[in-house]
Design a protein around this ligand. Structure first.
Ligand code: SF4
Length: 195
């Protein structure tokens, strides 16, 4: 019986994943110069919408949070508040070298150097700046991962919240978030096993 339930749940998960991968709404937080590559990617020349990826204006209805470049410490605070308002499953995409290692701002005291120390990054798009072909290729990889049920970095934010919170606090002290993240983790059933 348990095996039958598991099979049914797996089949349902596959259906959900297939539906989800074809309808991804993206909030783009355009902080850096690389954002200029997004208009050609999203308009007729490369037409990102043919893959089911659409721009979204509110975090509450977005699946993807795209960070297009360097983040200052002040901006990071806003980005975290936005991320925590998004409904899981949700995917952070770091766009450009600045999100990976600080890029050309690697020694600036006002910017953070590695986005994945503060938020669970599902995918990085390397380059300064990544061209539309690279963006499309990267998003196709993400779509494949979502379809296979392998895009699960968002769970890491709940499972290892102490790691992220420690790094967040290190750069700007205690912040008030809009959400009780551990409570969210319990809601999604991710933290149940640990309680
Ligand atoms: S990676 Fe390059 S293009 Fe992107 S924000 Fe940094 S400096 Fe600008």
């Amino acid at each position: 019986m348990a095996e039958k339930e598991l099979t049914q749940r797996t089949a349902w998960d596959k259906v959900l994943a297939n539906l989800r991968k074809r309808s991804l709404w993206m909030l783009h937080y355009c902080t850096g110069c690389g954002a200029v590559e997004l208009p050609p990617t999203m308009t007729s020349r490369f037409d990102m919408e043919r893959f089911g990826i659409m721009p979204m204006v509110t975090p509450r209805q977005a699946d993807i949070l795209l960070i297009t470049g360097y983040l200052s410490v002040k901006t990071l605070k806003r980005v975290i508040l936005i991320y925590e308002q998004m409904v899981a499953p949700k995917y952070v995409v770091g766009f450009g070298s600045c999100t990976i290692n600080g890029g050309m701002y690697w020694n600036s005291y006002t910017t953070i150097k590695a986005l994945d120390r503060y938020l669970p990054v599902e995918m990085y798009l390397a380059g300064c700046m990544p061209r539309p072909e690279a963006i499309i290729s990267g998003f196709n990889s993400l779509i494949d991962k979502i379809g296979k049920g392998e895009a699960n970095s968002w769970k890491d934010y709940y499972e290892n919240y102490e790691f992220y919170k420690k790094n967040q606090d290190h750069v700007f002290g205690d912040i008030e978030t809009h959400h009780d993240v551990p409570a969210d983790g319990r809601y999604f059933g991710i933290l149940e096993a640990k309680r």
